[in-house]
Every structure is written in structure tokens, then in C-alpha cells.
Design a protein around this ligand. Structure first.
Ligand SMILES: *[C@@H]1O[C@H](CO)[C@@H](O)[C@H](O)[C@H]1NC(C)=O
Length: 968
């Protein structure tokens, strides 16, 4: 839930009143612009031009794995070490760090699943000013130019990507502070100002300062002059290329917060030029269109996990999570840039289609004029090293596979997690939970999970229950279990500082909290009041956290209780930009600055591990997280945070989840209905219809909104919502199979059309429709009062079938589809088989073993294929004991054949085939079923001439068996 105005917390009442009085829009002044972020300003101050860096080609060392050579900044003379790897599967890794750093610099741990196997590099060319390396069997070559330093990655004669072509390599080497006297003066001026401020603001309600047992914060604007007090008196800079001593280099103040920077300036940056690419995507999380825009004339896209209260749409501001993966796509190829850095990062995007860059012109010249489109991307991070993976594709699927090989694939969710989730801040007590559950029963709306937000805990002490509202949690959970339903409770990482709270006492006594720069426990203000933050970067702390999910540690918890990690950016109401101070100190002495964007990933990792351990390693976890980083897909689900009940927010849920998926996070959703504000019935219904076709399907609402359970909007609307949710449940076998494939191969479940139709430029900027796996195309209605939607059906010579009418449409075309309130435009691609379970019940668990229906949508050639993955839906047995079924269905030569897609697996299920619906079929004279035993039986069928739909009734074979059905 929202960070900011805790309306019910008297301590910030004033602030809350101010924020809520202003419009429902983000208060931008709470968050830095690039200009206000010292390193971003310094880096952006460096214009494209000649790089001061030179590659010392004679220093090349070609090891069995990597090539290493030195770079030197000709102005500062500081040497850097450049390391190059060719990794198997068309990946090139480039690392740049200091040759002799004063202190170690942070290198991101725990994100890569493995060090990928390397290709042998070879020097294939050399002259005075350049060097050519071959990078592996696919013919990729890297040209390293000495002066100014740049690199060009080629395949054959095609230039794929240039590095530092614009000369924006930026590396602030670690240094001693030059003039400690003036800095001492400057910081004492700063603290004097702080004191004066405190005096003047005595009458303003404020929270206690850290020293006083809380955390300092003035949400109030500071008086003029204080902002820069910390930096004003710094020495003028020497004219170096890096402007090392610019104001803000050793100390930086934003609003009332001073960031002491004991290590001084440490930022890194690098530019990449992508000739031939006009479309770039990725780098979630931003509330923006799927296709990224150029950032010229505005701020760069920012990656810095933040709790942004009432975020605005269509801008590059940072949000709750960050994945520093950018994809470039053209009709000819796809390429990815994975910038492995967990510090605050900004990404500038420019393109020559708007205004030509120097390199673009050069390229035009080299290629004899003409317009070669080009996109330039510049990454800027506050600390760490340059560590970048170029994912060379060449297809979208290949890039997805390359990224998955580095960071892992989507965890296979327990089946129930793909069902419908009912959440609200808050379900007040056990009676409320029971009443809501009864509502689902009475209105025959399927629902798998009920959620409890922060009010369920005793005074926001997570791992506890409010004794008056939830006196018997175990009984409540058992009542849910009896109905085959689950519950999720929230467990946030801010821990109430309270000597009567066991969790706090243990964390403190074990020294597991994040520390301030002075070595005391870091405390900030959050939901429970004064709170401390467990250091999730410490593996011992994570092991302890995981142990807290044991049934005897988390009292009242049971097997059907799962977890939601919110506020894990981390959100610190009293901190700079509502997060942790960058000079806070983590395990190993690293500054929060170095690893900020990783914190949320570790929280989800430790929580998921806890759930696995409590079951003795048997059961798959379910954890929803708001903050994330590259690799978070391995730990569970994510969502788009605190959105609003507005049509525009419904619309943007599509590009946002698509960009999550491109960055490996397949299990994405947005709060159905919108978190803030009250949706009108039409918006709510449309949101349910859209949400039913997004991977994570949860309704959620703010504390101050009106109740909005599906049956509170009249008979007509509950019927529409019920229908949407039932559609979801009928398609669960298809969703589950798609997740299995994503888990195995790293392709997103919900994907942009261009992943399936990479050559069709019409698809490159589509934000209002998408594919689920390779078979369904969805175009939810997201316009108020819509009478129809324009649906683009891609694929030359392909056909699509409207899932509602079963009518066939030829592609490519833009089809006008008239809609009513019950319409959800979904199309099945000709050539696919989609499995369904059409006996929809109360929850997914109730549908286990139910019979299947296959929708066989024929291509114009009369073929189709698809698959079905099946297991117990909850354990790791599919992995550890090969207990699963992966079935393959193929239609060709008028015969539908069922075979094993993977003979390693076996799984006992009573489920059988109840119906086959063949779309685009002529009328056969007879239909014959041939089971594996060689017998033959005739099947009843029905043929609709008008729609060419052939329905085969009761084949009756077991879903795990081999069989064939022949149309004669
Ligand atoms: C690597 O690239 C080559 C040439 O573009 C391509 O044929 C091959 O399939 C790619 N390999 C992978 C694993 O993507």
C-alpha cells in the first residue's frame, strides 16, 4: 500500500493533510530530477565528443577465458581495466573497473544464476590503432579502437553495436578528499543550519530525530539557503574532465536530507550506439508506453526503487522496481543490453530520427548517405563498476533465452496463485474475512485467495496478529482450507522498534539491522512508527528471516498462508525520497548507495526461502513483492504498485506488464479496480475483464475507498465480473502450461506482438493488445463507453478465431470488433491448440482432476499444435521426482494426435478428455477415436456449417494417454 500519507498516523497528520489537499498526483518535488542528482548532472554535463580514454592495446592479455587490457584517461592518467568475454549463446560481457582502486568497488552479487560458460577468444586482426577479437562461433567480432577508445561489435559485415562511440565513458575513480578543512567547515555550516532549522520549526509537528529515538524528517519545505549549505563553501574545481570537485561531489543535500559521501564521487557511465534500431523497450519499472521514448530535452529514465505516492503516467520517473535490461528491436534483429549495476541509475535514450548524432552522420557517410536509423543509449550509475552484457539475439526469443541464462527464469507458481485473488486494505477481522468468503460462495464467483494487509498484525508488528481482530488465525485459515482456499498476509521489511517485540529484539541483538554511517541501527519512520530495517543483504540475516516462517515461529500460520512483501524499496517515510539514506551501511561495509536496487529482491528471496523451508523443501512458495531487480523472477510475483481507479491506469497496466515480461518478470499484474479512488462500475468490470487476461490477477483497494467486492454493484455487474473470472478459470490449464514454458525457457507469458511477429513493424508500438504465450491475442476494452475496438491481427496468410463467436478472420488486418459490456476481445491463433477446463468451480484446487476440453484452431493449411503441462500444482516433485505430464497435441492430415512432449515425466491423474472443438474444420463423414490399444470407436460430433466449428463429444480418453482422433 501507499507509502506516503498514513492518514491514520497522527504523527504525520499535518503532512498528510497537505498532500491530500493537493490533487491526486505525485508530488514531484519529493523526487530528484537528474539535475538534482549530483552524478547524473555531472555525467550529463559531459557532451558527446572525443573520449579522453585511450586503450593501451599493447597491454592486451588474452587468457583462456577473457581478454584484458588497460584504458587510461589521458587527462587524469587514472588507469582502468577493461575485461571482455565471449559467452556461449551469443553474449558478450564487458567489464570496466579501476586497475588500482583505493578501496574495492561494489560488484553485484546474487543476481547471476551462474557464470555462463565462455567461448575462446582469439585476436583476428591488429594494426597500429586497433585490434580485432573474434567472440565465438556465430561470427561475432569486436573491434577495439585505441584512440579515442571505442569498441564496435560486428557480425559479418554488419555493425550491431558500438560502445563509447559518443565518448561518454565516465568513470569517477576513488580518490582522497582534497581539502578536508573546507569540507569540515562546510559540514559544520550544514549542521549549524540544521540546528537553526530545528529551532525555527519547533512549532511544526515533527517526528523525533534519529538521535531522539525516531528518525529525522521535515516534510515541510526548508527555508531558502539551507539546501545548499552543505556544499556552498566547497573549493572551486580544477579543470578536469571529470569535474571531480564539483559541488555535491563529497556531500549532497536534497530537501532536508544531507547525503554524506565518504567515498566522494564514484559514478560510472557508458554509451551504446545501435545502428539500424529505432525501437527500444524494457528497463522497467516506469509508468510509460511499452516503446521507450527519447529523453532528449527531458529527464532520463530513472532506475531507483522508490515508493512513489500516486504515481503519474507517461513519464520516466523511477518507481518501485528496477531491471536494467534494455531491448532493441528491428525487423531484422533483436539485441539486449543488460547493465548489471544495483546503484541509482539513469538511462538516456536518443535517436537520429529526431536529430542526427555525429556517429549517425558518419554512418550515413560510410554507407553512402541515406537514412540509417540509430538509437543511442547512455547508462549512468552512481557507484559500482561497469559490467554489461550484450545479448546479441538475433531473435526476440533468443534474447529472452540469453537473459534467462544469466538471471534465471520465472519460478513456476503454485497453481492456486494463477487463480483470482481478493485483497483490500483491509479485511478488518475474522468475521469480515468469513463474510467476504461467503459472498464468493453466494454469488458463485471463483476465488482462490483472500489477502490481509497491514492492519491484521498487532500494531504493524509483522509475524503477529491483532489479538482482538484476529484472535484465532489458525481456525480462520483452516476454515479457508476446508473450502480449498488460501490466504496471504503481509510481511513488510520495516520492523517496529519496540523492546516488547520479539522480532525486533532478535534482529537487534544479532546485529542484523542496517546501520547508519555512524554504526548505530538505522531507524526510520514507517507504518509502525519508528522502524528499523533488517539487512537482507546479509546471508545470515536472510537465513534467520527464512526461519521465521516456520509454523512454530510465525504463530498462527498454516500451510495455506502465503506472503506479500510490500514497502521493500525500502520505503522509509522519513528518508530522502521516501527511502533509505544512501550512506547507511550494510553487511560487508557496503553503502546503501551501492546496492539500493537489490534490497527488494533480497527480501522476496528470503521470504520465498522461508516458505520452502517450512514445508521441508516440499512446496513451491508464493510471494508477491513490490520492489524488484534483475533476477526477482526466481522468487515470485510482482505488480505495478499503487495505481488509481482511472481509465488511464487500466490502460497502462498493459504496457507496464509487457515491459516487466520483457525483463524476465512474467508474473505481473496490476491492482484490479485501481488502488486509490473509487472505480465506477463500468471501469471495475472492464478492469476485471482485462485482469483476467493478465498473469497475476488480484483486486486490491486503499483503506479509504468504498468496499468493492464483486457483488456490490448490482446483479448485472456481478454477472459480468463472474463471467470474466470464470473465463480465467476455464483457461487455467493454458496459463499454467504457459508459465511452465516460461519457467523452462525464459520467454514471457504475456508478450508484445512483436515477439511473435518480429518482422511486422505494425506491431512495434502497440500498447493496447498483446499475446499470451503464442496462442491467444488479447485486446481488452480500456475505453469508457466503448462501442467497439480496433484489433490488429498480425501474420501474413494466417487466420485468427474470435474466442467468443468462434468466427474466423484473415490476417493481416485491422478488424473493427463491436463490443458490449460483456465483450473481452480475445483471438486464438490459427495453428494452435488451447487446453481448457470448462467445469469452473470455487477454486483451482477444486478443479484438480476435472476433464479437459481442447480448442484446436486450424491454420489455413489445416494444422495445429499445442501442449499441456500438468502436475500436482504445488510441490517441487515435477523437478525432483519428474512427477508431471507434458502432453503434445498435433493436428495434421485430418488427425489429432496426443503424444508425450517430454517422456521423462509421469503423473497419475484421473483427468480425461471431455470435448474437442476444432475451429475451421469442414464436416467429416465420420470421426474415429483410436486409443493406444489399437481399438477404434466412433465419436459423436456436431458441425456448424456457418462458423466451420466441429465439436467432438466425449472422446473419454485419459488426458495422459496417447491417442489419435481421425476425421474421415
Ligand atoms: C547465435 O547467433 C547465430 C547467428 O546470428 C544464430 O544462428 C544462433 O541461433 C544464435 N544462438 C543462440 C543460442 O541464440
Amino acid at each position: 500500500m501507499a507509502a506516503a500519507p498514513g492518514r491514520r498516523r497522527p504523527a504525520v497528520l499535518l503532512w498528510a493533510a497537505v498532500c491530500l489537499a493537493t490533487a491526486l498526483a505525485v508530488d514531484r518535488s519529493n523526487f530528484k530530477t537528474c539535475e538534482q542528482s549530483g552524478f547524473c548532472r555531472r555525467q550529463r554535463g559531459l557532451q558527446p565528443g572525443h573520449s579522453p580514454y585511450r586503450a593501451l592495446l599493447e597491454s592486451l592479455q588474452l587468457g583462456p577465458d577473457a581478454a584484458r587490457l588497460q584504458l587510461v584517461n589521458e587527462v587524469t592518467k587514472v588507469p582502468l581495466l577493461l575485461e571482455l568475454w565471449g559467452l556461449q549463446g551469443n553474449v558478450t560481457r564487458i567489464r570496466i573497473k579501476e586497475l588500482n582502486p583505493l578501496r574495492p568497488r561494489f560488484e553485484v552479487p546474487d543476481v547471476l544464476v551462474a557464470e555462463p560458460p565462455v567461448e575462446r577468444l582469439a585476436v583476428t586482426g591488429r594494426d597500429e590503432g586497433s585490434l580485432e577479437l573474434s567472440l565465438g562461433p556465430a561470427g561475432h567480432r569486436l573491434l577495439v579502437t585505441e584512440k579515442p577508445f571505442r569498441m564496435d561489435l560486428l557480425q559479418g559485415r554488419e555493425l550491431l553495436c558500438s560502445v563509447n562511440a559518443r565518448g561518454l565513458l565516465f568513470f569517477e575513480h576513488l580518490r582522497q578528499r582534497r581539502d578536508s578543512f573546507s569540507d569540515k567547515v562546510s559540514s559544520s555550516v550544514g549542521s549549524l543550519w540544521d540546528k537553526i532549522k530545528t529551532l525555527f520549526h519547533r512549532d511544526t509537528p515533527r517526528e523525533p530525530t534519529a538521535e531522539e529515538g525516531g528518525a529525522a524528517e521535515g516534510q515541510e519545505e526548508t527555508t531558502g539557503g539551507t539546501e545548499d549549505a552543505g556544499t556552498q563553501s566547497e573549493k572551486p574545481t580544477e579543470a578536469t574532465a571529470e569535474a571531480a570537485e564539483e559541488p555535491g561531489s563529497w556531500e549532497e543535500t536534497f530537501k532536508t536530507h544531507t547525503d554524506t559521501k565518504p567515498n566522494g564521487p564514484t559514478s560510472v557511465g557508458l554509451d551504446f550506439s545501435l545502428p539500424g534500431f529505432e525501437h527500444v523497450y524494457g528497463i522497467p519499472e516506469h509508468a510509460d508506453s511499452l516503446r521507450l521514448r527519447t529523453t532528449e530535452g527531458g529527464d532520463p529514465y530513472r532506475l531507483y526503487n522508490l515508493d512513489v505516492f500516486q504515481y503519474e503516467l507517461y513519464n520516466p520517473m523511477a518507481l518501485y522496481g528496477s531491471v536494467p535490461l534494455l531491448l532493441a528491436h528491428s525487423a531484422r534483429r533483436t539485441l539486449g543490453i543488460f547493465w548489471l549495476n544495483a546503484a541509482e541509475t539513469w538511462v538516456d535514450i536518443s535517436s537520429n530520427t529526431a536529430g542526427k548524432t555525429l556517429f549517425g552522420k558518419l554512418l550515413d557517410y560510410m554507407q553512402g548517405g541515406g537514412e540509417t536509423p540509430q538509437t543511442d543509449v547512455r547508462w549512468m550509475s552512481e557507484s559500482g563498476i561497469v559490467d554489461v552484457f550484450l545479448l546479441l539475439g538475433p531473435t526476440p526469443a533468443a534474447v529472452a533465452g540469453q537473459y534467462a541464462a544469466l538471471t534465471g527464469t520465472q519460478a513456476l507458481p503454485p497453481l492456486f496463485a494463477l487463480g483470482y485473488h481478493q485483497s483490500r486494505w483491509n479485511y478488518n477481522d475474522e468475521e469480515d474475512v468469513a463474510a467476504v468468503e461467503r459472498g464468493f460462495e453466494e454469488h458463485a464467483v471463483p476465488c482462490d485467495v483472500l489477502w490481509l494487509d497491514i492492519e491484521h498484525a498487532d500494531g504493524k508488528r509483522y509475524f503477529t496478529w491483532d489479538p482482538s481482530k484476529f484472535p484465532r488465525p489458525r481456525d480462520m485459515l483452516q476454515r479457508l482450507a476446508a473450502k480449498k482456499r488460501k490466504m496471504v498476509s503481509i510481511v513488510d521489511p520495516h520492523i517496529k522498534v519496540d523492546s516488547g517485540y520479539r522480532v525486533h529484539n532478535e534482529l537487534r541483538s544479532r546485529g542484523f539491522y542496517v546501520k547508519t554511517k555512524d554504526g548505530s541501527d538505522y531507524e526510520g519512520w514507517c507504518w509502525p512508527g519508528s522502524a528499523a530495517y533488517p539487512d537482507f543483504t546479509n546471508p545470515e540475516m536472510r537465513a534467520w528471516w527464512a526461519s521465521m516462517f516456520a509454523y512454530d515461529q510465525y504463530e498462527g500460520s498454516t500451510e495455506n498462508l502465503f506472503t506479500w512483501n510490500d514497502m521493500n524499496e525500502p520505503s522509509v517515510f522519513s528518508g530522502p525520497e521516501v527511502t533509505m539514506h544512501k550512506d547507511a551501511v550494510h553487511h560487508g561495509g557496503w553503502e546503501h548507495r551501492d546496492l539500493h536496487n537489490l534490497y527488494g529482491l533480497y527480501v522476496q528471496m528470503a521470504t520465498a526461502e522461508g516458505q520452502i523451508q517450512r514445508s521441508g523443501g516440499q512446496h513451491r512458495p508464493f510471494v508477491l513483492s513490490r520492489a524488484f531487480f534483475a533476477g526477482s523472477q526466481r522468487y515470485g510475483a510482482v505488480w505495478t504498485g499503487d495505481n488509481a481507479a482511472e481509465w488511464e491506469h487500466l490502460k497502462i497496466s498493459i504496457p507496464m506488464c509487457l515491459s516487466f515480461g520483457l525483463a524476465g518478470l512474467s508474473f505481473c499484474g496490476s491492482d484490479v479496480g485501481g488502488f486509490f479512488k473509487n472505480p465506477e462500475a463500468e471501469l471495475l468490470v472492464r478492469w476485471y475483464q482485462a485482469g483476467a487476461f493478465q498473469p497475476f490477477f488480484r483486486a486490491h483497494a486503499h483503506l479509504d475507498t468504498a468496499r468493492r467486492e464483486p457483488w456490490l454493484f448490482g446483479e448485472e455487474n456481478v454477472a459480468l465480473i463472474r463471467a470474466a473470472i470464470r473465463q480465467r478459470y476455464a483457461l487455467l490449464p493454458f496459463w499454467y502450461t504457459a508459465f511452465y514454458r516460461s519457467h523452462r525457457h525464459g520467454l514471457p507469458v504475456m508478450r508484445p506482438l512483436w515477439m511473435e511477429y518480429p518482422e511486422d513493424a505494425t506491431t512495434f508500438a502497440i500498447d493496447d493488445q498483446y499475446m499470451i504465450d503464442r496462442a491467444l491475442l488479447v485486446h481488452p476494452v480500456t475505453e469508457q463507453g466503448a462501442r467497439g475496438v480496433q484489433v490488429y491481427l498480425p501474420g501474413k496468410g494466417e487466420v485468427w478465431y474470435d474466442v467468443a463467436s468462434l468466427q474466423k478472420h484473415h490476417a493481416p488486418q485491422t478488424l473493427y470488433v463491436p463490443v458490449t459490456m460483456s465483450s473481452v476481445p480475445v483471438f486464438q491463433r490459427g495453428g494452435t491448440v488451447v487446453p481448457r477446463q470448462e467445469r469452473v468451480r470455487r477454486s483451482t484446487e477444486c478443479m484438480r482432476g476435472d476433464p479437459f476440453t481442447l480448442y484446436v484452431a486450424l491454420s489455413p493449411q489445416g494444422t495445429a499444435e499445442g501442449d499441456l503441462f500438468l502436475d500436482d500444482g504445488q510441490s517441487f516433485d515435477y523437478e525432483t521426482k519428474a512427477r508431471y505430464l507434458h502432453r503434445q497435441f498435433t493436428f495434421a492430415g485430418n488427425t489429432l494426435t496426443a503424444s508425450s512432449a517430454d517422456p521423462r515425466g509421469s503423473f497419475d491423474t484421473p483427468a480425461w478428455l471431455e470435448r474437442v472443438v476444432i475451429l475451421g474444420a469442414g464436416k467429416p463423414a465420420a470421426v474415429v477415436l483410436r486409443p493406444a490399444d489399437g481399438s477404434e470407436t466412433r465419436l459423436d460430433f456436431q458441425h456448424e456449417a456457418e462458423t466451420s466449428v466441429l465439436t467432438l463429444r466425449k472422446p473419454g480418453v485419459r488426458i495422459g494417454d496417447d491417442w489419435a482422433i481421425v476425421l474421415r
